[in-house]
Design a protein around this ligand. Sequence first.
Ligand code: FES
Length: 103
Amino acid sequence: MKSKPVMTFQPGSKSAEFDPAQTVLEVALSTGIGLSHSCGGMASCGTCRIEVIRGVERLEPRNEVEAEMASAFGWRSDERLACQTLAVDGLVVMVPDLDMGED
Ligand code: FES
């Protein structure tokens, strides 16, 4: 049986299996990772910004709305919107200001 693809969230090195065509935001939320997403994944708030540590070269290019936001904020190529980025196997991302859910 083929195993599912896996990506990893930092800080904390939390690995998550995912299904094809899931966005990084969807993977995070289904794994219980407190990734901000104020606009609900509509590509309008920017709160789901992540930094790609490994695998950026295998990601799909930014779509139009993400490219507009990246340009407006001057983001580096490794800064992506989790709600607009499809997860790929082996991807490692940093979630800035991650709510670790700790007491
Ligand atoms: S959740 Fe708002 S831009 Fe991604």
